[in-house]
Design a protein around this ligand. Structure first.
Ligand code: DGL
Length: 268
């Protein structure tokens, strides 16, 4: 058995949100080929049923498997919550999912109050209740559905006064209750970080974005499975969208722009 694989990593999201995971994966594994599949034509997923989401994500999985994906990252909390158990039953390829980062928030909170901002689907799900019961006993978790925020990101209006007003509506009650951690439980939301910071102001609240941890976990699985690429240069990046060619270009540009912005932030 070979101990490497030059097949691509597949990433799926309902739209732009997964680029926050794409950026971390390509940052720590620049030698990997990565294919990003965005279901732009059906975004947002947050108000859909479990069966709808499972059927839509399955189209993406099939597409990525036809292109030889060696691992598939469901870079969407909503799709993970709705579909990952079914996907794991249906296909043998390893799947990585996105779950609200309640555990690190609960372990490090000083105030004992943690905010979670996700889609309606995610924060109302059984999986979410289960994660809270498991990791956040004794912690006050304020979970809020950030309705309308995915659309702001998709429309590139995430820094608009309307987006900031929506964020005030969702985050102000958390701030009043004394949160010191804000978990971003939707992969679109890290793209709102400048607006979220504006809403938080000077208060000492840590914003928790699980994307770097997901990228590290993906790396670990590839190492364990002997599936890292064996390539001297950089990998190739492919973007696919159910929304058509314009959306593909758009995704590529935003992905590169976001990656540049996090590189600059991490350089400090
Ligand atoms: N990025 C998806 C998530 O993490 C957005 C969901 C949606 O399309 O509503 O939940």
């Amino acid at each position: 058995m070979s101990s490497f694989s030059n097949s691509p990593i597949g990433i799926i999201d309902s739209g732009m949100g997964g680029i926050t995971v794409w950026a971390e994966i390509t940052r720590i594994m620049p030698y990997e080929d990565v294919i990003y599949w965005a279901d732009t034509a059906h975004c947002p997923y947050g108000g859909r049923t479990r069966d709808e989401i499972t059927a839509l994500v399955s189209v993406g999985v099939e597409n990525l498997l036809e292109r030889g994906a060696k691992i598939i990252v469901i870079a969407c909390n909503t799709a993970t919550t709705a579909a990952i158990a079914t996907l794991r039953q249906r296909w043998k390829v390893p799947f990585v999912g996105l779950e609200p980062a309640i555990k690190p928030a609960a372990l490090t909170t000083q105030s004992g109050v943690v905010g979670v901002l996700g889609t309606a689907y995610t924060v109302q799900s059984e999986m979410f209740r289960h994660t809270m019961a498991k990791y956040a006993a004794g912690i006050n978790v304020m979970a809020v559905a950030g309705n309308g925020l995915v659309e702001e990101v998709e429309n590139e209006t995430e820094n608009s006064p309307r987006a900031v007003a929506l964020l005030h509506q969702y985050i102000d009650p958390m701030l009043e209750s004394g949160i010191d951690k804000l978990v971003l439980a939707c992969t679109h939301f890290p793209l709102l970080t400048p607006s979220i910071r504006e809403v938080i102001g000077e208060r000492d609240v840590e914003i928790i974005n699980p994307a770097p941890a997901v990228a590290r976990h993906t790396h670990e699985l590839l190492v364990e499975g002997g599936m890292l690429a064996d390539r001297a240069g950089d990998g190739r990046y492919t973007f696919l969208s159910t929304g058509g060619a314009d959306d593909v270009e758009h995704l590529r540009m935003r992905a590169e722009h976001y990656k540049k912005s996090i590189n600059e932030t991490s350089r400090g």
